[in-house]
Each structure stands twice: as structure tokens, then as C-alpha cells.
Design a binder for this molecule. Structure first.
Ligand SMILES: [Zn+2]
Length: 167
């Protein structure tokens, strides 16, 4: 299948958009989404100091790649203005559902002292992104939830609606 934006072959088909993307355009889209999260949701401002956890699992490898630009000021945990969390969309959608079904309102907010810049990027997207830009990583699959799987089949954009409650 061809990319939705150019003539190259797709590396991923996104059901929620009903479009395929080539490596170049997919990488660009994820970077844009990430930057939009940081700016529009006030996760980050120009001179704020960030703590970014390190590690070899997929989420952390991609996070460190996305934050590698020089204009991000990195610091230790205790002197940071914002602490970056690694959870991706699957993790947070699961968290949301688990709370709702046990009668609790999910208190987590994606943009506080703790920030979740991957909150609307799925594990699958992180995997393809890492492959496109050539990152090495360890797998750490998100917890499977049958309810979530079913909902995603019926409505591919469902995870976006769930994590939006955490904004
Ligand atoms: Zn393309």
C-alpha cells in the first residue's frame, strides 16, 4: 500500500485514520504529535528543566530520542520543573478503564509536575517509530485488556477518547 502523502510504500496502516504512511511521513507525524503535546498541553515551556528517565525499553528509548534536541534542558530529578513519565497510550487507556471499572475516578493528569508526552502515542506506533529511525530497544508490551481490545476493534480511535479524559 502506498503512503497517504507520497508515492512510497507504507510502513504502517493507521486504522483510526484509515491511511497508510511511509517511514518519512510517519516519523514526521509522531514528532509533530509529540511537540504538540508538549506545547499545547503546557507540558513544557522554553526554559523549564526536565528529568527524563533512562533505560533500554521501548518507551524510554523513544522518549530519549524525541528529547535529544539541545533546546530541552535536562536535569536531575530533584531539581527538575517537570518529571517526564514513560507511559504510552495503551498504558494510560488501561489505567483509565481499570479505575472506572473498580468504581474510582482516574485522578491522573497528563500535564502536571509529572508529564506524559507519549499519552496519545500507542505502543504499536512507538515500535514502528523506533524501527524507522533505527533505535535498539527491549520489548515491554503493555498489559492486555480484553475490553479495550474489543472496543478498539469496533472503534479504532477509542483509545484517543479514553486518554483525553486525562488531559
Ligand atoms: Zn510518505
Amino acid at each position: 500500500m502506498k503512503c497517504f502523502l507520497c508515492q512510497r510504500e507504507s510502513v504502517i496502516f493507521l486504522k483510526y485514520l484509515n491511511q497508510g504512511f511511509c517511514s518519512k511521513h510517519f516519523v514526521r507525524m509522531i514528532k509533530k504529535r509529540f511537540m504538540r503535546n508538549l506545547k499545547n498541553l503546557k507540558m513544557w515551556e522554553k526554559n523549564s528543566k526536565l528529568y527524563i528517565p533512562k533505560g533500554k525499553e521501548l518507551r524510554l528509548v523513544v522518549l530519549n530520542y524525541l528529547f535529544k534536541d539541545r533546546h530541552f534542558i535536562k536535569t536531575k530529578k530533584n531539581s527538575a520543573d517537570k518529571i517526564v513519565k514513560k507511559e504510552c497510550m495503551d498504558d494510560l487507556a488501561f489505567y483509565f478503564i481499570k479505575n472506572i471499572f473498580s468504581g474510582k475516578w482516574p485522578e491522573l493528569k497528563i500535564s502536571n509536575k509529572n508529564i506524559y508526552p507519549l499519552y496519545n502515542i500507542s505502543y504499536e506506533e512507538l515500535k514502528v517509530f523506533a524501527e524507522c529511525v533505527g533505535l535498539k530497544y527491549f520489548k515491554k508490551e503493555p498489559e492486555k485488556n480484553l475490553f479495550l481490545e474489543k472496543v478498539k476493534k469496533i472503534r479504532p480511535g477509542a483509545m484517543f477518547s479514553l486518554v483525553r479524559w486525562l488531559e
